[in-house]
Design a protein around this ligand. Structure first.
Ligand SMILES: C[S@@+](CC[C@H](N)C(=O)[O-])C[C@H]1O[C@@H](n2cnc3c(N)ncnc32)[C@H](O)[C@@H]1O
Length: 231
């Protein structure tokens, strides 16, 4: 017995990138057994069919603190709570994890399948040949953009990038990296709504991407492909 048996406890389940066939069996079981399940509305839509007996606690950016306070209040009354997160827990999900960690004594994590893994498998890229950069952060997007330019100029790896809806989106990012000296001829792919019924992908050069005027989905992921080597 460890001290982890005592105190308040919450499970965070990563639900995958949209199609609930990518929810793990462990995650599904935790949701089926929970008294309360909290998460953003779009995340709850993924797990709704499995949350039979649970009280669903949908949250939005503006009321997430209040919803988590309410749900953790129920944990203190003896109920079990699962908080759901999109994709995987270790990919650009830290803000939510920290919000839960601040409120309870113990957090159990059930990882999931990230949109990044789906994009890698769609494009046949191994993780060891890629670097990952996210602009999906409240602060620090400026230094993430600098890192992006650094890796693109290095030309050693494929770069996987999460844009930030809706101020740092694919066409603007492509224009910015060209301005920073990256070759407009580099090949890239933008995936939208991976695993959803209306999934799309676009491939072309960075210059072509910079010229796109139609809007991209908030679920967009960019891959800048490693240039082919000369040998
Ligand atoms: C806050 S991050 C969370 C990422 C999530 N933890 C994951 O592992 O996929 C949200 C961003 O991930 C990317 N994303 C998530 N799901 C996606 C999907 N199904 N298709 C394309 N991009 C996706 C988009 O860039 C989106 O704005």
């Amino acid at each position: 017995m460890t001290s982890a048996q005592h105190g308040t406890r919450v499970t965070i389940v990563a639900v995958g990138p949209g199609d609930n066939g990518f929810l793990t069996l462990k995650g599904k079981q935790a949701i089926e057994e929970a008294d309360l399940v909290a998460g953003f509305e779009t995340v709850l839509n993924v797990i709704r069919p499995f949350a039979g007996k649970a009280e669903l606690c949908p949250m939005a950016y503006r009321d997430q603190e209040e919803v988590l306070d309410y749900a953790v209040g129920k944990v203190k009354e003896g109920k079990s709570l699962v908080v759901c997160a999109w994709g995987d827990l270790n990919v650009s999900a830290k803000e939510l994890l920290d919000r839960v960690r601040r409120r309870v004594d113990h957090v159990d994590l059930i990882p999931g399948i990230s949109s990044v893994q789906i994009a890698l498998s769609r494009s046949g890229i191994s993780l060891e040949h890629a670097v990952f950069v996210t602009l999906h952060v409240r602060d620090g997007a400026g230094s993430a953009l600098e890192e992006l330019v650094h890796y693109l100029k290095e030309e050693r790896r494929n770069v996987i990038l999460l844009p930030r809806p809706y101020d740092l989106m694919p066409a603007g990012i492509a224009a910015d990296v060209i301005k920073a000296g990256v070759s407009g001829d580099r090949q890239m792919t933008v995936f939208q709504r991976l695993t959803h019924d209306d999934e799309q992908s676009w491939s072309g050069t960075v210059s072509e991407c910079a010229a796109i005027t139609t809007e991209f989905s908030d679920l967009s992921l960019m891959i800048f492909h490693r240039p082919p080597s000369d040998q």
